[in-house]
Structure formats: structure tokens, C-alpha cells
Design a protein around this ligand. Structure first.
Ligand code: MP5
Length: 219
């Protein structure tokens, strides 16, 4: 467990209102209760499949920028583990005849581009703050609603994917790695990383909102 006084814990604590809004979002609540409009879930699958494909490239790229072997190895392993996750998306897409080649919607495109831009041009501290924000948002949000999900519900496998002990360990490892990289950094660098973390988690909220509204390009 990352200590309450750690940088990673402070980022999450100070983003409290965004965290509550994510957990309370109707998309999350309705997936957990098995009452989501299947068309909204399908839209999310289509968009998140694109996002996870980009994430896999991003983690591989991030590994090449890692300041030490331990972080590089962790990111490479994480990128590899996304193959199994992508199969969950592709299986659902086959069952429901969803076109996974459809162009990403504005929020998905914007979020993925922001993440890749951060990975390519920002400091490694900012990159890790962004990756931690995305993964921690998923772990905390799905963990918060997991108890509401009916036994054998339609979305059990999805919720399990982001609340498993292995995923919990990965998110904790990201937090510890972020704290290690943040250690000794000047206040300006920490403030910049916090801003990147906040933008990331705002995009997380918007991503669920986009799926709920099935918000594509207006023209
Ligand atoms: C994650 C995700 C979790 N699947 N989608 C969004 C929009 N944010 C975060 O990342 P991963 O790569 O599925 O663990």
C-alpha cells in the first residue's frame, strides 16, 4: 500500500471530486447493476478497444524512456498483458457484430492523443503520472461498484478484469514507481505532473460520459 503521505496518494486525494463523479456516473452505475443500454456498452467497447490498442503502444514506448530496468520491465510486462484484455473486447465485438475499425469519437481521439503526446514529449514523471491516473481511475471506480453487480451478470468479466488482484498489484506498482520518480523533484515539476494527472482523470470522466451519450462526431 502506498503511504498516505506519498505523492501518488496526494494526487488521488486532491482529485477527490473527480473520483466521486466517476463512481457516480450513470454509465458506471448501470454497467454495475446490469441495466446499461446495450448500445451504449457496445459504443464503449468500440471506443475503448481503440484506446487500449493505443495504450499498448504507449506502454511499450514508455518502457524505452524508463529511467531504470525495473520500471522498463514492468511496463513491458503490462503491455504484453493487454493481449488478453484485447481478446475480451474482440470476443464481445464478434458476438455483437461491432465494427472495431470505426474511427475514434472526439473524446476518445482527444484522450488517446493527449496520452501519446505526454508519452512522447513530456518528462517521464508526467508520463507516469498520466498512466497512473488512467489505471488508478479504472481500479478505484470498478472496485467501488463491484459489490452492486449481480452474480453472473452480463458485465462480470469486465468488472473482474479491472478489479483482479493482479490488476490491483499493477496499479500499486505504478503508484510506487511514480513515487520513486517523484522523489527529490522540485515543486514545479510535481505541480506540472499533478496538472497532467488531473487532465487524465478529467478525460476518464468524459470517456464514460461519451459512451453513455454515444457521442460521435456531429458532422
Ligand atoms: C483504462 C481503459 C484502463 N481501459 N480505458 C480508459 C478510457 N482508461 C483506462 O487501462 P487498461 O489498459 O485497460 O488497463
Amino acid at each position: 500500500m502506498n503511504s498516505e503521505r506519498s505523492f501518488s496518494a496526494r494526487l488521488v486525494r486532491e482529485a477527490g471530486p473527480i473520483w466521486s463523479a466517476m463512481v457516480q456516473h450513470p454509465f458506471v452505475q448501470q454497467v454495475a447493476r446490469d441495466t446499461i443500454d446495450p448500445a451504449a456498452f457496445d459504443f464503449w467497447v468500440q471506443q475503448d478497444h481503440y484506446f487500449v490498442e493505443q495504450t499498448q503502444r504507449l506502454w511499450a514506448y514508455a518502457a524505452s524512456r524508463a529511467p531504470d530496468e525495473e520500471i522498463a520491465r514492468g511496463l513491458i510486462n503490462a503491455a504484453n498483458s493487454l493481449d488478453a484484455e484485447l481478446e475480451l473486447f474482440r470476443g464481445h465485438a464478434r458476438e455483437r457484430a461491432i465494427d472495431l475499425q470505426a474511427p475514434p469519437a472526439p473524446v476518445c481521439q482527444g484522450y488517446a492523443s493527449f496520452m501519446l503526446h505526454t508519452a512522447a514529449f513530456a518528462d517521464f514523471l508526467d508520463l507516469l503520472a498520466s498512466v497512473y491516473g488512467a489505471e488508478k481511475a479504472y481500479y478505484d471506480t470498478w472496485s467501488a461498484v463491484k459489490g452492486q453487480a449481480p452474480q453472473g451478470g452480463t458485465y462480470t468479466a469486465w468488472i473482474a478484469n479491472w478489479t483482479s488482484p493482479a490488476f490491483a498489484q499493477f496499479v500499486e506498482w505504478l503508484g510506487r514507481s511514480l513515487d520513486r520518480v517523484a522523489d527529490g523533484q522540485p515543486p514545479e515539476a510535481l505541480a506540472r505532473a499533478q496538472a497532467i494527472f488531473l487532465t487524465t482523470t478529467r478525460f476518464e470522466y468524459l470517456f464514460w460520459d461519451m459512451a453513455y451519450r454515444r457521442e460521435g462526431w456531429p458532422l
